[in-house]
Design a binder for this molecule. Structure first.
Ligand code: CP3
Length: 350
């Protein structure tokens, strides 16, 4: 009992959680979206011959892969190794993650009949998540674990399109052409997502990130009417759990105020919007971001200069969690990530 409480105290005072609450920190915390994954040779080695979704259902493997970037780069937070489609597969959607492509859904969902067959997620559907988070909580000590889920729009885009899409044309066609089907689908997805986040928090996640990666494809008006109510439901469902809620999307410069208003504690920003501009749009909330992932391919002096620029712009917010503007690209040299952590820690030391 006492060691557990001591650990919780240490965790609660971690630089990552302090920054998420907008409190002073000794340095700016840093982690990377997709820090666990293909940029690491030790990841490719343990994943060899194991399909992605099977890996996500194997707690020992999830634990090892989640820990790899923490050991190697000394990041200030771990992000749970899983995928946004894991809860969909858990409720029986025929979905696979195809290497080099992404999630592929066998039967795209476009009718009310299909929506009504999408059942709710219960914690009993994902015992491997509870087990993996529990293992990680013991291994991570004072390092916070970030749980996550896909937001209703981003999940719906895979379900409606049947796979990744550049234009989201089928998704928008459903939204405009059959709004009652669209809203019914998003309501079910919001319920699934809320349960998926709750399971991770219950098992010991210290923060959660809601990924609405593709929301930037929408106008502000469409985001407000077709998407925000559903994301708001998800974020509200975990509001009283005492963990910061990070809300992130790509190309969302025009949506940052709406995404903050949907119920975020911290707003994730991609590299297109400078953090000092973003700070003025999110109602005094802490920010996360936003180094262009391609900067990791640049010479070290350019990388260091860009890190300093992002830190300077991030100082405009009451709290700053350093991250990339989107996930680590698979071709990234892992040493560039380690150097980025060093640059962030050195240049933000107070
Ligand atoms: C849109 C989205 C997906 N998955 C996710 C999102 C939202 C974040 C974002 O915007 O990138 C979320 C995700 N997926 C994965 C994580 C793990 C945690 C992390 O390190 O950030 C997270 C947070 C592992 C993964 N998810 C996936 C991999 C690659 C699987 C492999 O190793 O083959 C990993 C490590 C597969 C995946 N899954 C998805 C895509 C587009 C892909 C890439 C397909 C490919 O290019 O091969 C859907």
């Amino acid at each position: 009992m006492i060691p557990m409480m001591a650990t919780n105290g240490v965790l609660n005072e971690s630089v990552f959680l302090r920054a998420c609450r907008g409190e002073d920190t000794t340095h700016t915390p840093v982690w990377f979206m997709r820090q666990a994954g293909r940029s690491l040779p030790e990841y490719r080695k343990v994943r060899e011959g194991i399909p992605m979704l099977e890996a996500c259902r194997t707690p020992d493997l999830v634990c090892e892969i989640t820990l790899q970037p923490v050991r190697r780069h000394h990041v200030d937070a771990a992000v749970f190794f899983s995928d946004i489609v894991v809860p969909l597969a858990a409720v029986g959607v025929d979905v696979d993650i195809v290497p080099g492509t992404g999630p592929v859904v066998a039967e795209p969902i476009r009718t009310m009949d299909q929506v009504e067959r999408l059942r709710d997620l219960t914690p009993e559907d994902v015992p491997y998540i509870t087990e993996a988070v529990g293992l990680l909580r013991r291994e991570l000590g004072g390092t916070p674990l970030i749980g996550f889920a896909g937001a209703p729009f981003t999940l719906a885009s895979y379900l409606v399109e049947g796979g990744p899409s550049r234009t989201h044309v089928q998704t928008k066609a459903l939204m405009y052409g059959a709004p009652e089907v669209w809203h019914a689908l998003c309501e079910r997805l919001a319920a699934i997502t809320s349960t998926f986040l709750s399971v991770q928090i219950e098992a010991g996640a210290s923060a959660v990130q809601l990924f609405d990666s593709w929301a930037g494809a929408l106008s502000l008006a469409d985001y407000e009417s077709f998407v925000a109510p559903h994301s708001r439901r998800v974020l509200a469902s975990v509001a009283d759990r005492g963990v910061p809620r990070i809300h992130f999307g790509v190309s969302t410069g025009h949506l940052l105020t709406a995404m903050a208003d949907a119920g975020a504690d911290v707003v994730g920003v991609d590299w297109r919007t400078p953090l000092d501009t973003a700070a003025g749009l999110v109602g005094g909330r802490p920010l996360q971001g936003n180094l262009d992932p391609c900067t990791l391919m640049a010479p070290d002096e350019v990388l260091e200069r860009e890190v300093r620029r992002v830190l300077a712009e991030g100082a405009a917010a009451p709290g700053h969690v350093f991250n990339l503007g989107h996930g680590v690209l698979p071709e990234t040299d892992p040493d560039a990530l380690t150097r980025t952590v060093e640059h962030v820690h050195r240049h933000s030391a107070r």
